[in-house]
Design a protein around this ligand. Sequence first.
Ligand code: TMP
Ligand code: ASP
Length: 232
Amino acid sequence: MPLLYEGKAKRVYSTDRADEVRVEFTDAATAFNGQKRAEIEMKGVVNAAVSARLFQWLGEHSIETHFVEQLDDRNLLVERLNMVALEVVVRNWVAGSLNQRTGIPEGTPMDDPVVEFYYKNDALGDPLLNDDHIRLLGLASADLVARLRQEGLRVNQVLKPFFLQRNLVLVDFKLEFGWNSAGLLKLGDEISPDTCRIWDQTSGERLDKDRFRRDLGRVEDAYQEILRRVMN
Ligand code: TMP
Ligand code: ASP
């Protein structure tokens, strides 16, 4: 079936149904807006399985997602969505760009989660936007921004205990939402060690894409460890 879209780590193909697409997860990894590139062996297999499991878990906890079924080890069948051009980031612990923006040390817990919106725009490097910027760009109404924030927090409440049961801390993560053909807002894209920060609760060891971004080594092992615990 025809390729509809090729991203940095996934390919999207049409299916014989107009309202469903197939998402193929590859081993390609990029960081810093595509400046750093490599292959992470079996990453596509890990991210497909982890995403499928987490979407299934969210569905069982009344979160609407695009997930239909896993087709094989690298391919998910999902509902076709018209994506909102925003990334919704939810943070429980300070890390990454929040550390860089505020100077608060990485690993500082926060009483209340922080929600941020980023503009999905590779040419601009996915900049942080405030509510007025979102309105200026016409990316989402104030109502939709409020809804995305609420959905992000609901997803956080459902995912945090899932990870904690596996001795993992969900430090932060990125979500993308879109509209299906019936006009329902659904969670799309993927939820994986590429799009979450996940730390071992006991050792604090990073088990996510930061191992690649920051050259921490044992990248493949970390992805396999997440797969093992998430499927448990
Ligand atoms: P940040 O601290 O770099 O802003 O990242 C916050 C979260 O968003 C982290 O869990 C990693 C995820 N993320 C993506 O999924 N895609 C991206 O392009 C970036 C920069 C971060
Ligand atoms: N998606 C980012 C990229 O541009 C990578 C990251 O997750 O940091 O290449």
